[in-house]
Design a protein around this ligand. Structure first.
Ligand code: SF4
Length: 241
């Protein structure tokens, strides 16, 4: 390469890095496992010379694209069709956390879209919210084969992603759905889901109210009454202010 071409080549690279400085900064923060707090101001100078702030949705997108989408940390990566990262409003006060994707979720890459998901949507609507108003995620991002329960090592490897989602969204209320999500959030020493559901717990300053998983409600419709009681409590907290 001639000297003049080489010079132009380096000028082009420099200009590309300057134009994408904000993206590189966020990506680097996530790659280096920096704790990403809600409202974190990754201040960079953009093309206009003004400081800008990474939005929660930017941070979630980078977490998804950079860390989660190509993840092969556990055996569930072998048979998954699609990663199910989570969806909803990054600004939501209320986050629902379930267990793991099923077949429909694996096909679509979206959480809670099967029969249990349709029931969850109705549950959300029962407290005068829309599905898009809340954020929905699972503790496991890939489908366990034949919908078996997630194994302890799979949960341990995957939950750092959920922890980052929570620290970005910083909801005021978390509703855990079923045993696995509840045990991850409040610990496994508090008793069965039937004894902790509807009670208030605390996770890093966030109010947690466990309830039954919608799949359980499909198999045990009589438990819907108790879930309705739990949801009324969540509605009261959500609309408190
Ligand atoms: S379940 Fe989680 S840890 Fe395992 S491969 Fe999928 S994203 Fe990675």
């Amino acid at each position: 390469m001639k000297e003049i071409e080489l010079k132009q080549f380096f000028e082009d690279i420099k200009s590309f890095i300057t134009d994408n400085k904000e993206s590189f900064t966020i990506m680097s923060a996530l790659k280096n496992n920096m704790k990403v707090k809600a409202g974190l101001q990754i201040k960079t100078e953009n093309k206009t010379g003004k400081d800008s702030k990474a939005s929660k949705s930017d941070m979630l997108k980078f977490l998804k694209d950079v860390k989660v989408n190509e993840c092969v940390k556990c055996r569930l990566s072998i048979e998954r069709k699609r990663i199910v990262f989570g969806e909803g409003s990054p600004e939501s006060k209320l986050m629902f956390i379930g267990e793991a994707p099923g077949a429909e979720e694996d096909n679509t890459g979206r959480p809670f879209v099967g029969r249990a998901g349709q029931l969850l949507t109705k549950i959300i609507e029962s407290i005068n919210l829309k599905r898009e108003d809340v954020y929905i995620a699972n503790i496991i991002k890939c489908r366990p084969p034949d919908n078996r329960n997630p194994m302890n090592d799979e949960i341990s490897l995957c939950v750092p992603f959920l922890k980052e989602q929570i620290s970005i969204i910083k909801p005021e209320i978390i509703c855990t759905l079923g045993k696995f999500a509840t045990e991850f959030i409040i610990g496994n020493d508090k008793g069965a889901i039937s004894s902790v559901r509807g009670r208030e717990f605390n996770y890093e300053g966030i109010t947690v109210i466990p309830t039954y998983h919608p799949s359980y409600l499909l198999r045990n419709p009589s438990a819907k009454r108790e879930t309705w009681e739990d949801m009324k409590k969540i509605r009261g907290l959500y609309f408190k202010n």
